[in-house]
Ligand binder design. Sequence first.
Ligand code: SAM
Length: 237
Amino acid sequence: MEALSDEVARYPWYHSLDLGGGVVTPGMFDHRPVLDRYPLPADLSGMRCLDVATMDGFWAFEMERRGAASVTALDLEDPEELDWPASLRSQDKALDESKGERFALAHRALGSRVERVLMSAYDLGSDRLGQFDFVFCGDLLLHLKDPITPLENIRSVCTGSAVIVNVIKRFRFQRGRALAELDGIDNFEWWVTNLEGLVRLVRAAGFARVDASEPFELPFRTGGDWRGLRGAVRAWV
Ligand SMILES: C[S@@+](CC[C@H](N)C(=O)[O-])C[C@H]1O[C@@H](n2cnc3c(N)ncnc32)[C@H](O)[C@@H]1O
C-alpha cells in the first residue's frame, strides 16, 4: 500500500492539514498559527455545522475536532463552475482540479465523518440541506461576482451564528465608511471590501448582530511579500 506521504506528494495543496504520523500537507496557506484569530466557538459539541467552500477541508475538519455533532462541507467540483473573470478563464486550474481527491485523502487519513456536498453557495437553501446551528465561510466572497446572495443563503440555513472571513483591504480616506474595490480582470477577485464593507455585506444579508474581530494577516506558507489581510466577523441571526 502506498505510504500516506507519497499520496500527499501527488497533489498541490491549499490547506496545511496535519494528517497524523508526522504527515502535514504542504498547503499554500497554514491556518494553524493564526487559528485563534478566527472567532469560532471553542466548543461546538452537539451542533450541526456547515462549512461553505471547503476546498481541502481544513475548517470542516476543525469543526469536527471541536466536537460538532455533524459537519457538512460544501464545495464545487468542476473548476469551470467557478466565477472566473473572463480574462482568467483559460488559466491553469491545477489547484481547483484535484480538490475532491485531496479532500477524500484527508478525510480517510483523519477517519473523518464530515459529509462533502457538491452544491454552489448560490443554490444553498434549507429545502436541500436543512438548517445548521453554526456556519463557517472563509475566503469565498472575494471570488464571487455577487457576494450577497450566498450570504443571504447562509443566513437562511443558519439558526444560531456564522463566522464569515474574507480578504479585506484598508483604503485611504475610509473614515469608517464601507468601501469595496472591483477587480474582475487581473486577479481572481471581484469585490474586495474594507472591514466595514464586510460587516455591511453580512448585515445586508439579514443577520441581526455582526461583531468584527481585529483584522490579521494570513501569510502564504511559501513566503513572499504578499501578506493577505483578513477580516473576520461573527454574526447572529
Ligand atoms: C480560497 S478557497 C477557500 C477555502 C476555505 N474556505 C478557507 O477559508 O480556507 C475557495 C473555495 O471556494 C469554493 N467556491 C468557489 N465558488 C463557489 C461557489 N459558488 N459555491 C461553493 N463553493 C465555491 C472553491 O471551490 C474553493 O474550494
